[in-house]
Design a protein. Sequence first.
Lengths: 143, 254
Amino acid sequence: MKLPREGTLRGIATFLATFGVGVATYITIADSGGGAPVCVAGGHGCQTVAESSYSHVLGVNIAVFGIVGYVLLVVCSFLRGDAARMAGFLISLAGFGYSVYLTYLEVFKIEAICQWCVASAVLMTLLFLTNATRMLGYVGREP
Amino acid sequence: MSGRSDREERREERPRAEERTGADERRQRLIKIGSAAVFLAIVAVAVLIVVSDGSGGGDASSVEGAADVNKLLGQIPQKELVLGEPSAKVAVVEFGDLQCPVCKGYSEEVLPPVIESRVRGGEATLEFRNYTIIGPESIPAGAAAVAAGRQGRGWEFVELFYRNQGAEDSGYVTDEFLTAIAEGAGVPDIARWNVDREDKAVVREVEETTAEARNLGFEGTPSFAVEGPGTKGLEPIGTPGSIGALEEAISNAR
């Protein structure tokens, strides 16, 4: 299978991470207003998840950590070279791992699904695949 | 002539080959680092899941009814253990014991329609006050509810406690059980809640509301009282036998 050009992978990563910044920002704004994200598909899943004790770590909404992660991934997608390739891979790996954990919490602990969290988990999974392809395909090679 | 040219080519090729070998080694090294990171991430996620399964002594996954409670109370303002709009004309006070099975029945069958029709619309507030008559375990349970109320999750705690109630004074009201209820109720700061539920002022509040219920002449739980423009202060109405009886008392108090 032919490997996509690195420029293409970087473009995809920029698009996905920018979208991720939007999703995480919306969740943060909805929470800071004392409410919960609105589940576009209906239901109470978003509210149940937002009001659970797992939605905050040390008093900070976990979506704030999401914003930081996505912004760093945007930066990595803009930069060239091995440092950016490795950083993008490691940050998206951490984000993907944390998304797996949060999805586990939603399904088995909170027993509710928030579509905004699912959207973020899907974006982070795609970012991990994109950054892993970039790292495996181009690390150690000319920028 | 040709032999010299080959030698020169080989001499020029050597640094390039060394450079390629160096780049390949670097590439292999970075991929190894990446593989190690993937392994560490898998271990970290597994550890997080295992730790959260047995964390804090409380197991929120064993708590039932969190989604129902959130649906029942969602978007209704609450302060301490008062549910509803502060501007409501009528105040309904429930004197209950979290260990009381009849209170559980009220919580699941009588109160939801009243919350939906009278509290959500802003006509009445509904306050839970502890009347600890079942036994010693009722006091830490009541204090835990008051402490949850300090973080705006008092009603979620009360409702969730009822939905997971055990046999009276059977020893089920442990720190682990209360923590699981608090986590399921969405109490944001469990550490602060743990401090608050031991607070003397909180325990005193439980004792005071129990004394108040006795002064109002109540002998069992749940007992209700209403206050509004149509009443002279907080009027005891006892234990309404039906949803209609409680709604009628609210209408009369308007």
